[in-house]
Design a protein around this ligand. Structure first.
Ligand SMILES: [Zn+2]
Length: 106
């Protein structure tokens, strides 16, 4: 996975194309990420779903639906743009770099 939790990414397709946000969750098995404030869905919270217990907040709840990795690109703070990720091997570790300007993304 090139994208990590805490990265700032930009959505490149869908209704939220162009929106930026921080990765708040990684779902590696499904190749998806949850991006703060992006791909927000609303759903009704039904009382039956809680198994008889009363929900804390009834009504509409908003949540960020996971986005497929192919629909997001990492944002380079220096370029202020969504960029491709390059890999640079240092002595001990591998760092991700911006392919445009060469700046480290880690
Ligand atoms: Zn850059």
């Amino acid at each position: 996975m090139k994208i990590r939790k805490g990265d700032t990414v930009e959505l490149i397709s869908g209704n939220d194309a162009g929106r930026r946000g921080q990765v708040i969750q990684l779902i590696s098995q499904r190749q998806r990420v949850v991006v703060e404030g992006a791909n927000v869905r609303k759903k009704h919270q039904k009382q039956q779903e809680t198994g008889g217990q009363r929900p804390l907040s009834a009504g509409m709840i908003e949540f960020e639906a996971p986005v497929h990795l192919s629909n997001v690109m990492i944002v380079c703070a220096k370029c202020d743009a969504s960029v491709r990720i390059g890999i640079k091997k240092d002595k001990a570790k591998t760092v991700r770099i911006c392919k445009k300007c060469g700046e480290s993304l880690d």
